[in-house]
Design a protein. Structure first.
Length: 339
């Protein structure tokens, strides 16, 4: 059951520096010179809230990528370019973001959750003595104040959260908001930063990239996910073939990654990734709440399960009751024939 609660203590009202509209600054991460989908999604959401929207792009050689944030709702993009920001390390980014917050006067700083963003958000909170609400799955303006929404109690309830000081920091659950390209352009402003000695002490020694083909589950429009119903690691061949026929990515439940059938990086759910593809095909997945919270934002959910009472049929758009070992290969064959 999902219900909406409010924290009984801690006022939702802001700290009294005036209500909305205010400036929302979004930390925009780059990978291989491109802005990531997560940050652009948060930027697009910020653009719907009615205040000033700005992006912060920190790195080396990221100016051009930063300028593209204008199309996703930023009116200003603050760029810090420095070799100290070339490696994806958090500490120099805390210095850089602190400088951008000072320059922009932003009352709100939001991040799309990632390993790097979570570290930067925590570091900035400590640096500024600011409050950080994390794992947000929505944000809105109510009565002139910013209100965050986050799941609690094992994702069974949604809780409204507020801030009691500025700047308000928010870390948004990955995959929550889709980027919406609305056109427009941003003014790009360079910000100078002086790094703290301790911020540049860590160096990146090595960087290993997991080999994969096709889109990542965070970026894929189509996901074929496998659960314990696949019967063993070899069952994932069915997922991979179907995903390949659809140009999609393969995901998994925690039960199967815990069993070593598939890598942890593919896990969707409460303790895995949150995804929102256009199409999510679940093969042999029961639909436990902890899995559901990671994929319920998918456009269309198709479930194939031999148990007509499987919980996944309660929220699937299309349910097929039957043996996946027979149905999945047929589906792949039909798709390939159509291509
Ligand atoms: C704190 C906590 C966090 C968790 N986090 C996550 C998380 O992030 N992600 C996650 O996924 N889970 C998570 N879980 C685990 C979750 O509760 C479930 O145990 C898990 O999702 C079940 O995985 P499953 O659907 O693969 O397996 P099962 O629940 O065993 O379901 C297998 C399904 O396959 C069907 N099936 C079997 N054979 C066939 C066949 N031949 N053809 C068609 N269907 C078949 C069965 O009918 C069944 O419905 C978490 C649990 C806890 C307590």
């Amino acid at each position: 059951m999902r219900a909406s609660l409010r924290f009984a203590e801690g006022p939702l009202r802001g700290p009294g520096r005036g209500g909305w509209p205010m400036t929302m600054l979004v930390f925009l991460e780059t990978h291989d010179g491109e802005l990531t989908k997560g940050g652009l999604g948060v930027l697009s959401k910020a653009a719907t809230l009615g205040g000033e929207v700005a992006g912060a792009v920190l790195g080396s050689g990221v100016r051009d990528a930063g300028a593209r944030a204008g199309a996703f709702g930023a009116s200003t993009v603050y760029v810090v370019e420095d070799d100290a920001l070339a490696a994806p390390l958090p500490q120099p980014r805390v210095d850089a973001l602190e400088a951008v917050v000072a320059e922009s006067g932003a009352e709100n700083v939001f991040f799309a959750a990632s390993v790097l963003a979570a570290d930067v958000a925590a570091g900035l909170a400590a640096r500024l003595g600011a409050g950080l609400n994390w794992d947000l799955t929505d944000v809105r303006v109510e009565g002139g104040e910013l209100v965050g929404v986050r799941p609690a109690l094992g994702d069974t309830v949604l809780v409204d959260v507020g801030w009691s000081s500025t700047p308000r920091l928010g870390l948004v659950r990955s995959g929550t908001f889709d980027p919406v390209e609305a056109g427009g352009s941003a003014e790009v402003r360079d910000v100078a930063v002086t790094f703290q000695d301790f911020s540049t002490q860590a160096t990146l020694v090595d960087h290993l990239q997991e080999e994969s083909s096709g889109p990542s589950i965070e970026d894929a429009d189509v996901i074929v996910a496998g659960g314990r119903g696949l019967g063993g690691p070899e069952g994932f061949t069915l997922c991979e073939e179907l995903a390949s026929a659809l140009g999609g990515a393969v995901a998994a439940t925690r039960a199967v990654v815990d069993a070593g059938w598939y890598p942890y990086s593919a896990q969707v759910g409460q303790t895995g990734k949150t995804v929102s593809p256009k199409l999510y095909i679940a093969l042999g997945i029961s639909g436990a709440i902890q899995h559901k919270v990671g994929m319920q934002g998918s456009g269309t959910i198709v479930a194939i399960n031999k148990d007509p009472n499987a919980p996944i049929f309660d929220f699937a758009d299309l349910g097929v009751v039957g043996d996946l070992a027979q149905i999945a290969p047929k589906l792949t064959e039909l798709l390939r024939a159509r291509q």
